[in-house]
Design a protein around this ligand. Structure first.
Ligand code: NI
Length: 226
């Protein structure tokens, strides 16, 4: 499942990120690459322990921890501390698959990458190119969202970022280990959750709300690893 979540950050939070991104030091993006993806990748990143990365990372994690759309869609167990990248003119990230396990250098936290997230930090009209292309069994999906919006997609998918031809693409990227490892099971739970929310909104006293909520939790109990 590819899930777009609008307005994860407020315009004020995006503006604060842009201040920090403008002032930060940038290094070659291959510091976080595996062997295979390093050959495909051309961009810049902020070092993991840079104070700007820590401040923005904490802001993003706090926003996500209170976001019911993220919680329902990702069923997060662990979230890797957010990283930040920039693609200038001519920079790109060719087709690749993300490493299955990431270890955070300082904390030692190990995350199985079930879901990949991109949080856009530049407005679409600030740059040309820089689309995130995610391939799944239904074909290739192109994603370019307003600043402050997030996309979640299965880390198992092949994906790439098309070359930037004008301006600069700024984003945060990170991975999520889900309580429910399997994308198909997680997608079913999300669709059931959305249907229950809708039914509860339109017919709160309907006995099916309770019954379906029971089904949801019993499926989660069956599939969750915590
Ligand atoms: Ni990737």
């Amino acid at each position: 499942m590819l899930l777009r979540i609008p307005d994860v950050l407020t315009p004020e939070q995006v503006a604060r990120c842009r201040q920090l991104l403008d002032a930060a030091e940038w290094v070659d993006g291959n510091v976080t690459s595996g062997h295979q993806s390093a050959r495909a990748k051309s961009n810049e990143q902020i070092p993991e322990e840079h104070p700007a990365a820590r401040e923005m990372g904490a802001m993003i994690l706090q926003a996500l921890s209170r976001d019911p759309r993220f919680i329902a869609g990702a069923l997060p167990q662990h979230v890797f501390p957010p990283l930040f990248n920039r693609y200038g003119v001519g920079q790109t990230f060719g087709l690749h698959v993300d490493n299955a396990v990431r270890q955070h250098r300082n904390s030692g936290l190990r995350v199985r990458t079930d879901l990949s997230a991109t949080l856009f930090l530049a407005a679409p009209d600030e740059y040309d190119g820089g689309e995130l292309i995610v391939e799944d069994t239904y074909g290739a999906h192109s994603v370019k969202l307003p600043a402050g919006h997030l996309v979640l997609y299965p880390s198992s998918s092949l994906h790439r970022v098309t070359p930037v031809t004008r301006g600069a693409r700024l984003a945060s990227f990170f991975w999520i280990q889900s309580m429910v490892r399997d994308d198909g099971e997680r997608t079913l739970l999300f669709e059931l959750d959305q249907a229950i929310q809708r039914l509860a909104g339109e017919a709160p006293d309907h006995p099916s709300v309770l019954q379906l909520t029971g089904v949801y939790h019993n499926l989660l109990r069956r599939w969750a690893e915590v």
